[in-house]
Every structure is written in structure tokens, then in C-alpha cells.
Design a binder for this molecule. Sequence first.
Ligand SMILES: Cc1ncc(COP(=O)(O)O)c(C=O)c1O
Ligand SMILES: N[C@@H](CCOP(=O)(O)O)C(=O)O
Length: 463
Amino acid sequence: MRYLSTRGGVEPVGFADAVMMGLGTDGGLLVPEQIPKIPAKRLKDWSQLNFQQLAVEVLSPFVGESIPHADLVELVERSYATFLHPEVTPLAEHGGRQWLELFHGPTAAFKDVALQLLGNLFEYLIAREGGVLRILGATSGDTGSAAIYGVRGKAGIDIFILHPKGRVSPIQERQMTTVLDANVHNIAVLGTFDDAQRIVKTLFNDLPFKQQYRLGAVNSINLARILAQTIYYFYAWGRISGGNPEHRVSFSVPTGNFGDVFAGWLAKRMGLPIDRLIIATNRNDILSRFVASGVYQAGEVFQTLSPAMDIQLASNFERYLYYLLDEDPAAVRALLAELEQTGQLQVDGERRRRVAEDFDARAVSDAETLAEIRQVYATSGYILCPHTAVGARAAADNAEAVVLATAHPAKFDAAVVEAIGIEPPPPRSLQGLLERETRCAELAADAEAISGFMRETLGAVED
Ligand SMILES: Cc1ncc(COP(=O)(O)O)c(C=O)c1O
Ligand SMILES: N[C@@H](CCOP(=O)(O)O)C(=O)O
């Protein structure tokens, strides 16, 4: 399998190079040359596998010859051994709804599913191919800690994570800043997540800087993130359908950067019998407005009770756009130029129809988020994190839809207490965080300030 850029400016590369490249060198996002199609018979066989076996099967067509099979098996086994639940991403039924629990990893959010693997993959590729890696990432709260836990203490890797100061939950902040390993560097940026994400992209697009510092990406701009996140759609479908190809399953996906729901869309394109994919957004509703109107227009970033989704410009929207525009990089470039110049882009009627075929979408207010946490708790005793509550409320008309439970409620205890007056009991990984020592720099939301900090921290770097 080879990978191309959505903007058409990258010579096709193999899986290992795509993982190390992160953002395409032309500023685009990497996508597979062809999306592999999984026949119904194989899907049925896969429905009998455990999570780790399934992960190897799902990833294999993408990894191709890049990594020997035995090594991939070992990487997968090691990555998911850190999860507290034997099924890794179990389904739970409460109040008549199925919840796909994605929060049993080391940092109690769905990001662990991809980032435990990506951390090990980086380590493996560096050991095999030599060199070092300096990870640069932006987080609205969950990617940061999951990435830090994925690479802390690993030889040859430094990680720089930008989070928007005061806009992540106190637990999320502590999860990042209490990691004192010498290779971990937290930066609180004076701005929003969108500012942080823009800085990351600016520095990746500074190719001399990227090459000199050997930048690597942990955000969902890295295709490996998306591929790993497809696994749990296959897993949930197999458990629910028993492998029956006629049994279609819908998913409601709390959405910010469009990575998780894009992974679901990709699984569907691979042949997984998915019925509806529901894009569930909070008040930052650029994506639900796009589905309703065909217009993608960023506005102000609002702070909400589901802070990890306080995002306007969604990274992976560009990947979806590429497919919506029939894999035509010139058309992608033209629409992105329109967005850059006018602050919005628009797709035509035929494409709007296709968007509506691909997705349902709904924006959920904070009041509705609280009401959903309250209602689910009252009827079943199950406590939702506010992001999961957004997913549940967006699927109010679709009782069959599986809701992705993207984080443990204890990460967002203030919202949960506001809704039901109860502190959710924290898993072991979240205990004692508030008492620990922290380390974090504070910098302006400015690419030069960040690159300057990186240069200073890393000292003299070979060209
Ligand atoms: C808990 C939680 N739910 C949902 C999301 C949204 O996921 P995505 O950015 O892949 O759309 C995030 C952040 O990404 C998150 O941290
Ligand atoms: N909600 C995310 C934002 C970054 O998204 P990513 O999937 O592109 O890493 C977070 O928690 O950091």
C-alpha cells in the first residue's frame, strides 16, 4: 500500500514513511492510494476475533510489506496490554443503549487506542531505521496526555505538546503536566486549540525546520491515528452483528477534529456494514452546519462543557473533502484556497446530497448535555462524560445507534457534578494527580515562540 497527499504534491510513499511524515510535505494529509475492500466472508471471520487479532487484520492491508507480520503482532499485543479491560474497547448496555467504551486505556480517553500503538510504532521505526524524532502536537485535552503516555521515557523521542491555557479540564491538564520525564515538554499556549493546531501545521509546513528537527505528528493528521481508530468500529460491528452482513449498525460520534468519525467513514468504505454515522458536535457546530447547508465556515471558538470538542477548523475534514471531490487534488486545493481567502467554502447540490448520504449531524448545547447526563444516570445509573453525552443526545432519534463513549466521566468531573451532583469515581490512572508536581511552559500563540522554545530545549541540533 502506498500513500498520497490530498493536495497531490507528495510522491507516493510506503506506510513507514507516511507514519514518519505526519503532515504531507505539501501541507496536505496522507491518504491510501486505494481503500482496501474487505469481503463479507472475511468480515464474518473477523467477527470471531479478539480485539488484538482484529487489529492485526484491519491494519495489515495498510501496513503491507512495511512491517513484518510477526513484528506487527508483537506491536499490537504490547500496545493493548496497557488497557484495563480485557476486551480493550468493550460494548456496554445501559438504559437500552449500547455504548462503545473507548476509555479503558492509560489516560482514560479514546485517544489511547491509537496512541499506545503509535508510540510503539515510532519507537520500532526509529530503532530500525535510526535517527531521532521530535513530536510536535496540539491538544484540546485528550490527545496530549495519550501521546505523552505513548512515548514518555522512550529513547530517541522528545515530545512537545501545546494545549490552550485554561481551556482543558483540570484533570486533563494534570495528566499532561505531571509527567516529568526529561523527554516530555508541555506548553500552555495563550489562545485556543485552533491557534495551537495552526502553529503545529505552520511548523510542519516549514520544511527546513521539519527536516532539521525531524518533526513527527501524533495528531490525527498522522494517518496511523485514523487507521488505528477504525479497529473499534469493526470490533463493535462484529460483536453486535455476529458477522451477519445484513446487519447494519449506526454509530453516533462526538466530533471535534473529525478524526474519529472519519475513521468510521473509512471503515464503511472498506465494506463494514455501517448504517448511519452521526456527527455529534457541541456549540462549536461548524461540521453540523456543513452537513445541513454545504457551507463550511469557521467562527468564534466557544468554551463548552465538552472542551475537547471546542474546535472550529477540523483537521480531517480535508481528508473527507478529498473523497467528496472524487480524489481530485486540484479541486481540494481550489476549495481550500476559497476557505483561506473568504473564510468559507461551499460544495454543490450533488455533493451535498452525498454528504447527507454519508452523515447525519446535530449540534448539542451545554444545557442538553447536562440533561442527557442526568437522564441516562436516572434511568440506568450509568455516568457519561460530557462528550459522550453530546453523542447520546445527537442520537436521541436513533435508539439503535451505538454511542462512542470517548472519555471517562472522571476527566470532566465538574460537568458531571453540575449535572447529577455526584463525583464519578476515578479509575486508578486518574487518582492522585492533583497532588503531584507539575512542569509546563507558558507561551504566546505564535509559531516563532514555539519553534524558539523547541530550539532552546533541544540545544544544538545536527542538520
Ligand atoms: C473525549 C473526546 N471526545 C470526542 C473528541 C472528538 O474527536 P475528534 O477530534 O476525532 O472528532 C475528542 C477530541 O478529539 C475527545 O477528546
Ligand atoms: N480533541 C482533541 C483535539 C486533537 O485532535 P486529534 O484527534 O487531531 O489529535 C484532543 O483531545 O486533543
